[in-house]
Every structure is written in structure tokens, then in C-alpha cells.
Design a protein around this ligand. Structure first.
Ligand SMILES: Cc1ncc(C[n+]2csc(CCOP(=O)(O)OP(=O)(O)O)c2C)c(N)n1
Ligand code: SF4
Ligand SMILES: [Mg+2]
Length: 441
């Protein structure tokens, strides 16, 4: 079947762009749409990552995947997306404000040659917040924060990324007729591509400076900044180079993350919030991961949140796991349904949770700490008399006992999660602890 030709990626049924009349953002977005149409990109394989500011509102007008994050961090999100899925077309839309705020990210992305196309909507000021000066405001520019004229030297965005190894660098304006071709060229470049697109902020920079289309070009000339395609380099794109290196070193290709298959059934009725309170070095986090993975094998949603000091192998380690039939939208636990007190370090971290719990909830506790646990919750004390309880495996053993006692899901799923997620020798040791857990409650 021949796919129909896509005539627009802009969702024309949605509201018109929200920008002020004459704002350069409108022109650049129309050029971007033309470039996407020219390339006939697969919308499912294309992601627009927006920064903050007026430009940050742009992604919602395109029928492709979108990610909108914090100011100055768009390049970091784009980097993560590209590293996980190198096959995607990743396009970043950010202002000159965000570019300055996240300047180090720009350098890293160019230096690493991560495959993304960054469109800098460079209107020479912070538009959304009232026209303050940015890293690209020209010397002498009048803005809300430089009333007497900007004393700073503007950043040469193109030279900065070019010297750091960018694969494609272009400087132009929103008025360039061939911009769709240049944007398309950039998207097709395997490595890091950036277009520094100078444009008009008609609400602030234009009235503050009696600025115009001609003034854009004149300013570039006065500053000695060249325009056009300024660099093309053919060097390895990082996300693919990384996969190639891993494949050659491990002798097999790196596969993308695979979906977790349901193999078991859980009888769990209500969302269950579980806290494992133990000691660093006591396998608390890896046990919590196995608890969550086992739940996913059993058709449940699961979240995990860990808390531990920055020191290694000393102090507390507390993991929170939520299991549910429904999608979990909030990961915090203030009132656990199940709390396992495994070591004194763990106990020291959970007085508030113990205090919040009531008779409908359960605290599982090792015998030597049973008297120190103050709570209205039902107390179940582990009995290690008949089990060979190695201190190292306490978290695994007690969690396995809880999985069975609270009927969270089949213990076989927990065992499988241990085997799947842990090194073979460690998994073998932990599976022995699961066997030993039978007699402790
Ligand atoms: C870390 C951070 N600092 C400041 C702000 C406030 N803020 C929101 S929009 C904006 C200016 C955006 O300017 P720019 O990135 O150039 O985009 P434009 O509005 O010009 O399109 C600022 C400073 C913020 N949201 N986050
Ligand atoms: S404030 Fe400036 S950047 Fe924002 S929409 Fe208006 S003209 Fe565009
Ligand atoms: Mg701006």
C-alpha cells in the first residue's frame, strides 16, 4: 500500500499559534512544518522537544510526539531520548533565553555529536517574561534589564557549537526563503545540527530598539557574524557509535528495552504501599526492584523509590514500592500498608510512617527490634529459629515471606524477577534466601 502524502504536520484544527502579531516564532514554525512535509517524516518516529518561554508553547501545534520540560534543559531531554531510541528524529525548539540558561548542555551535545536538530528561536531577549536581556542580546541593545544599553558581549552561538564539533551549523533569519530546505538538511544530518535563527520579538525587542527585519541583518554584519551554512562535519553520531562499540565489545547487538511480559496472575485487590526499611549494603534496593519486577510479571503496575545516604555500605537504606491494578500517578508513601523493619538503621528512618499506620495495616519486624516498634498497626514478628538467616540476605528473605503472607502475587514471579535482574551468583544466593523464607512467618 502506498502511504498518502502528508500535506501538513501542523494540526490546523487546533487553535492558531498564540504568539503576538508579527512574532518571528510563527514564521519559523511554518518553515519547520514545510521541512517536515518535504521530508515526509514518520510522525511516530519524530519528537519535538520544547524549552520554556513563548517558543515553549510550540510543540502542541504539531501532530508528532512531544516533550516539554524545564527552562534551559531541552537539550538534556533530547539527549536522553536519542540515546534510548537512536532511530528517532529529535528536534529541539528553544529560545535564546533557554540556550543561555542551559549553556553547558549545548556544549556537551555538540561535543558528543548527539543526533538532534536544535532550532534556536533567537529573538535577542527573554520574550515571555517581559523582554529581559539574554546571552545573545547585541551590545548596546535596550531591554527591560539593560535600560542604558547592553554592556555585555553577545554569545556567538554558531561559533561555539562549531568549535565543539557540531555536524551542521547554520545562521540565518526567520525571513530566509530557503529555511525549509536548511531545516530539512539539518534533520537529515546524522549528528548534532543547530540553526541559529534570528527573528523579531514584536512585543519587546522591536519597540525597545526600533528594530526591524533590516536591522537583524545589519546587526549580524556589525557584529561580524557570518550567515548561511557555516559548518558540515562527518563524524560518528554518539548514540549509534555507542551501540556499535557495545555490540563489538559484547559480541552481540544492543537491543532496545523490551516490554515486560505478564506470566503470572495476582489476586491483589487494592493498591498496596510497601516500605522496606533496612541498612545500606543489605540488598534493600535490589530486593525492592525484584519485588516490583515480580509484580509486573504478575500484571500489576509498580513503582520504586529509594532513599539512602551518600555514603556507601553504611547507614540506612529505605525503599518504597507501590503495587496496583491501576496506573500509579503519585509515587510518595506517607501511610504504608506494609512496612518491613529489617535493621536498626531502617527503623531510625520510619518513625513518621509507623506513627501514621493504623490497625488495618501491617508492620513486619525482625525479633530483636519488635519491642522498639511503636505503632497501632498489626505487628508480625519474623521467627528465624528454623531458618538459616544470613544477615546479608535478610531483605530478600523477609520480602519473600511478605510476598507470600500478604498474598501480593505468586512467589514464583518474585523468584523469576531475582533470576532476571541479578548476577547469576548473587541470584543463586538470593534464591536460597527465598527458600529459607518459608518458615519465618
Ligand atoms: C530556570 C528558570 N528560570 C527562569 C524562568 C522564567 N522564565 C520563563 S520564560 C522565560 C524567558 C524565555 O525566554 P526565551 O527562552 O528566549 O524564549 P522566548 O520567550 O523569547 O520565546 C523565563 C526567564 C523559568 N521558567 N525557569
Ligand atoms: S512576547 Fe515576543 S517572543 Fe513572545 S509571542 Fe510576543 S513577540 Fe513573540
Ligand atoms: Mg527569546
Amino acid at each position: 500500500m502506498i502511504s498518502p502524502t502528508i500535506t501538513t504536520f501542523r494540526n490546523l484544527e487546533r487553535a492558531r499559534y498564540p504568539f503576538c502579531p508579527g512574532c518571528g516564532h510563527t514564521l519559523v514554525l511554518d518553515h519547520l512544518n514545510a521541512a517536515l512535509v518535504k521530508l515526509q517524516l514518520d510522525a511516530r518516529q519524530t519528537v519535538i522537544v520544547t524549552d520554556i518561554g513563548c517558543v515553549g508553547m510550540s510543540d502542541q501545534y504539531f501532530d508528532v510526539n512531544a516533550f516539554h520540560g524545564l527552562h534551559g534543559r531541552a537539550i538534556t531531554y533530547a539527549t536522553g531520548i536519542k540515546l534510548v531510541k537512536p532511530e528517532l528524529n529529535v528536534i529541539v525548539l528553544m529560545g535564546d533565553g533557554g540556550l543561555g540558561i542551559g549553556g553547558a548542555h549545548l556544549l556537551s551535545a555538540a561535543r558528543r555529536n548527539i543526533g538532534m536538530t536544535v532550532l534556536v528561536f533567537n529573538n535577542l531577549n527573554f520574550g515571555m517574561t517581559g523582554g529581559e536581556h539574554s546571552v545573545t542580546t547585541p551590545h548596546g541593545g535596550i531591554t527591560a534589564t539593560t535600560r542604558g544599553g547592553n554592556l555585555e558581549r553577545p554569545l556567538d552561538v554558531c561559533a561555539t557549537v562549531a568549535v565543539n564539533g557540531a555536524a551542521y551549523v547554520y545562521r540565518g533569519t526567520s525571513f530566509d526563503k530557503d529555511l525549509p530546505d536548511r531545516i530539512a538538511e539539518a534533520i537529515q544530518t546524522p549528528g548534532f545540527a543547530l540553526l541559529d535563527l534570528w527573528e523579531l520579538c514584536t512585543a519587546y525587542y522591536v519597540p525597545n530598539n526600533k528594530f526591524s527585519k533590516n536591522a537583524l541583518l545589519q546587526t549580524m554584519q556589525t557584529l561580524g557574524l557570518p550567515s548561511g551554512v557555516l559548518q558540515r562535519r562527518d563524524s560518528p553520531e554518539l548514540s549509534r557509535a555507542y551501540r556499535e562499540q557495545s555490540a563489538s565489545q559484547r559480541g552481540k547487538p544492543v537491543l532496545p528495552p523490551q516490554p515486560i511480559e505478564q506470566k503470572y496472575d495476582s489476586a491483589l485487590a487494592a493498591t498496596t504501599r510497601i516500605v522496606l526499611a533496612g541498612a545500606a549494603g543489605g540488598k534493600v534496593r535490589s530486593t525492592a526492584s525484584a519485588l516490583a519486577l515480580g509484580a509486573m510479571y504478575s500484571g500489576l503496575w509498580a513503582t520504586q523509590r529509594d532513599d539512602y545516604p551518600t555514603t556507601v555500605m553504611s547507614g540506612y537504606s529505605v525503599s518504597e514500592v507501590i503495587l496496583s491494578r491501576e496506573e500509579i500517578l503519585y509515587m510518595g508513601i506517607s501511610k504504608p500498608d506494609i512496612l518491613a523493619v529489617i535493621t536498626p538503621e531502617g527503623l531510625s528512618q520510619v518513625p513518621r510512617q509507623l506513627h501514621a499506620m493504623d490497625e488495618t495495616q501491617t508492620v513486619y519486624v525482625v525479633p530483636e527490634l519488635a519491642d522498639q516498634v511503636e505503632t497501632r498497626a498489626r505487628k508480625v514478628v519474623f521467627n528465624f529459629e528454623r531458618a538459616a538467616a544470613s544477615k546479608k540476605s535478610l531483605a530478600v528473605m523477609t520480602t519473600a515471606a511478605i510476598v507470600r503472607h500478604a498474598n501480593l502475587y505468586p512467589l514464583a514471579a518474585f523468584r523469576e524477577a531475582i533470576s532476571a535482574g541479578q548476577r547469576a551468583d548473587i541470584a543463586a544466593e538470593n534464591l536460597k534466601a527465598v527458600d529459607a523464607s518459608e518458615s519465618i512467618i
